[in-house]
Design a protein around this ligand. Structure first.
Ligand code: ASP
Length: 293
């Protein structure tokens, strides 16, 4: 039984398979490869893209879904998460897709070896399917099968971001140069080049990944006025000018704080392409986990 807690659960060969399948699925919708599979989604944090993307991906492959709303489940009556999970597994689903506020929840549940566990976002630690769809979007954009030597600047609330965390592990594994750009309170303690101003690195980046300030994870407000923060970190036309830089963001975008309205409309900004690709990449991931492993 294979789980997806973070992208290092996949071998290099599996990653190649996933990116090839996703590319193929984008060209031609495949058969209902997962028509006998049933998946449960268990989201303890809110989600727009990830949950619907998993469901659409699964359904495109013929899988069935059961969604458990934790606020209406027995965890809200005091049942432990482990017990809720074990009860769900007693009904023999083929996988549980889970999002949770704690970093170690997916691994803890995966260790039970009751069903395939798929991490749809855990704390500030990992969001593997987002990292994989971001990587796929970059491969597609640069029309290549390797991003070795490309430079990505991750800009914003990096310390709170599971997208950045999973992304950094995957992108460095793939030979990319990762630069972190953030004000001090948003900068993680990682052994990577760190800058406070985007302007200092703008001429050497191929990709900018902008991130939202994760207000819900801040114990106390970090900036009083995000318009001040935006003056330094918002991705605007004035800042990137006509440079050939790919702009990514995992969403939700805080307009004119993370990325300006104008850049969101710019052809260099691939936020909706990321969302579109997310379905194909998740189809490929579900196939890899449920059929190939
Ligand atoms: N949607 C992403 C996540 O779940 C990013 C975000 O919420 O800012 O981590």
């Amino acid at each position: 039984m294979q789980h997806l807690v973070d992208t290092d659960n996949f071998s290099d060969a599996q990653l190649v398979n996933i990116f090839n399948d996703a590319k193929e699925f984008k060209k031609n919708m495949p058969d209902k490869l997962l028509k006998d599979k049933l998946l449960v989604t268990l989201f303890f944090e809110s989600s727009t893209r990830t949950r619907s993307s998993f469901e659409i991906a699964g359904k495109r492959l013929g899988a069935s879904f059961v969604h458990l709303d934790p606020s209406k489940s027995s965890t809200s009556k005091g049942e432990s998460l482990e017990d809720t999970f074990a009860n769900l597994c007693a009904m023999e689903p083929d996988g549980v897709i889970i999002r949770h506020e704690y970093n170690n929840t997916p691994q803890k549940l995966a260790n039970r070896e009751l069903t395939t566990v798929i991490n749809a976002g855990a704390g500030n630690y990992a969001h593997p399917t987002q990292a994989l769809l971001d990587y796929f979007t970059m491969l597609e954009h640069f029309k290549t099968d390797s991003l070795e030597g490309k430079t990505i600047a991750i800009v914003g609330d990096i310390v709170s971001s599971r997208v950045a965390s999973s992304g950094i592990r995957l992108f460095t594994r793939m030979g990319m140069n990762v630069i972190l750009v953030a004000p001090k309170p948003f900068m993680p303690n990682k052994d990577l080049p760190k800058y406070e101003k985007l302007d200092e690195v703008i001429d050497r980046v191929d990709i900018i990944m902008s991130l939202r300030a994760q207000l819900e994870r801040h114990k106390a407000p970090i900036f009083e006025d995000y318009r001040e923060y935006a003056k330094e970190y918002c991705i605007t036309k004035e800042r990137i000018e006509d440079r050939d830089i790919l702009i990514l963001h995992p969403g939700p975008v805080m307009r004119n704080i993370d990325i300006s309205d104008e850049i969101l409309e710019d052809s260099r900004c691939k936020v909706l392409t990321q969302v579109k690709n997310g379905v194909f990449v998740r189809m490929a991931i579900l196939k890899e986990l449920l059929l190939n492993s």
